[in-house]
Design a protein around this ligand. Structure first.
Ligand SMILES: [Zn+2]
Length: 414
């Protein structure tokens, strides 16, 4: 690629579409609330579909309401080079999480149209249904169904928090289609996404070349001691489950720190069975969330947490039972797709670094079936799932330029 006359995306159009979509389900100045398959989601999908049709794309949708807007290639036998993300948001979501990936994929097609560039392989812009998992659980639902992790009947009967049935809601908003995954075979999938963390901004880097998604496990821990009277029970004789659990939290944090920068250990749910200022807590539950890009370290941290909960409980005359609730192994992205992104970022002269994704994304699912990777765009203060979420127009268009050239190298320019 010649850097001077490389095709570039239209940064203003990309930004303007972010702002236009954000008006649907707007919260205050900068927030968005478009829960999956709600009226707001329907309106956003219709706006997006209109843009796709105007760009000459053909829309397909499937049982899960996933949307595929396809641009033909010169060679109809080639599999599709696809990109996208999700248009649904958190209840207090921002303008970029998910949205940027869908709009960037559309912008790639628009920029190729503007430059009259045809590709050998077809291209597609994808909107995955219910990534956020707020109204319907679990999250990443559309991509989970797509890879066969959830079967048709289970998908159809999932109930929303408001009681609505998934299949009925997809039908209601007009996006229940008959396309099966095998009808639109994918060559590869690229997901541009805001980083949702502080690393790229801190390093003053414009593009994150994502190599993997870190693994995750959740441990349920139950600490049992004995309820007691705060005034009459001497400090020595107590079986204080809250105190034991507090000591566990500190030790879990130390265990995480001992594994270096990439380790994450958190306790966000911590529920004592009693809640009285004068009651010694006799029982308590908490959940440990452990994440790491390396499976061996993830397993080591997990067994370390089991062991230290047990030891700590004993030293406080309590008992701890820990069990694993969820384990999702780390996902390494496809080496050729990563190389396409890395090559595009280098050729275009954008500062970049390789990075592991801290959050799960639809791309983590798609990677189980199709060569996949992601492109990260820095976001201000690492803030996301928040109305204050922000990425600059410059960074978004840089990431989108990289997406364009990565897709072009994969699809082949005619
Ligand atoms: Zn997202």
């Amino acid at each position: 690629m010649n850097r001077q006359n490389a095709i570039k995306v239209n940064a203003e159009r990309l930004w303007a579409r972010h702002m236009e979509l954000a008006r649907i389900g707007a919260l205050g100045e900068t927030g968005s609330c478009r829960l999956s398959l709600s009226d707001e989601d329907a309106e956003a999908r219709d706006l997006f579909a209109g843009w796709c049709r105007a760009a000459g794309l053909t829309l397909h949708s499937d049982r899960a309401g996933n949307m595929f807007a396809v641009r033909p290639g010169r060679d109809p036998k080639r599999s599709i080079v696809a990109a996208g993300s999700h248009l649904d948001t958190q209840p207090h979501g921002g303008r970029f999480d998910g949205i940027s990936g869908v709009l960037a994929a559309l912008e790639v097609v628009e920029a190729l149209n503007d430059a009259s560039v045809e590709t050998e392989a077809p291209l597609a812009v994808v909107n995955w249904t219910n990534e956020e998992g707020v109204r319907f659980a679990p999250g990443l639902l559309g991509s989970n169904w797509y890879i066969g992790a959830i079967d048709d009947a289970v998908l159809d009967d999932i109930r929303a928090s408001d009681g609505a049935r998934f299949a009925d809601e997809v039908e209601r908003i007009g996006w229940r289609g008959a396309t099966r995954p095998e009808d639109l075979p994918l060559d590869s999938f690229f997901e541009l996404h805001i980083e949702q963390g502080p690393i790229l901004e801190a390093a003053a880097v414009q593009v994150g070349v994502v190599t993997s998604v870190q693994g995750l496990c959740w441990l349920d821990v139950k600490v049992t001691g004995m309820d007691g009277h705060a005034g009459t029970t001497p400090l020595d004789g107590r079986q204080d489950a809250l105190l034991a659990a507090a000591a566990m939290l500190l030790r879990i944090n130390e265990a995480g720190r001992a594994e270096g920068d990439e380790a994450r250990v958190s306790v966000g749910r911590f529920i004592p069975e009693t809640d009285g200022p004068s009651t010694i807590v006799g029982a308590l539950d908490f959940v440990v969330d452990i994440r790491h890009p390396d499976e061996a370290v993830l397993k080591r941290l997990e067994s370390r947490c089991f062991a230290l909960c047990d030891e700590t409980a004993r030293s406080y005359h309590c008992r701890a039972e820990a069990s694993r609730r969820v384990a999702i192994p780390p996902r390494k992205f496809d080496a050729d797709c990563i190389a396409a992104v890395q090559g595009a970022a280098d050729d275009l002269g954008y500062s970049n670094q390789q990075i592991a994704s801290g959050a799960l994304h639809d791309a983590s699912n798609i990677a189980a079936r199709v060569p996949t990777t992601m492109i990260f765009v820095p976001c201000r203060d690492g803030i996301s799932h928040n109305v204050a979420e922000y990425a600059t127009p410059e960074d978004l268009s840089a990431g989108c330029d990289v997406l364009l050239h990565a897709m072009l190298s994969r699809a082949g320019r005619v």
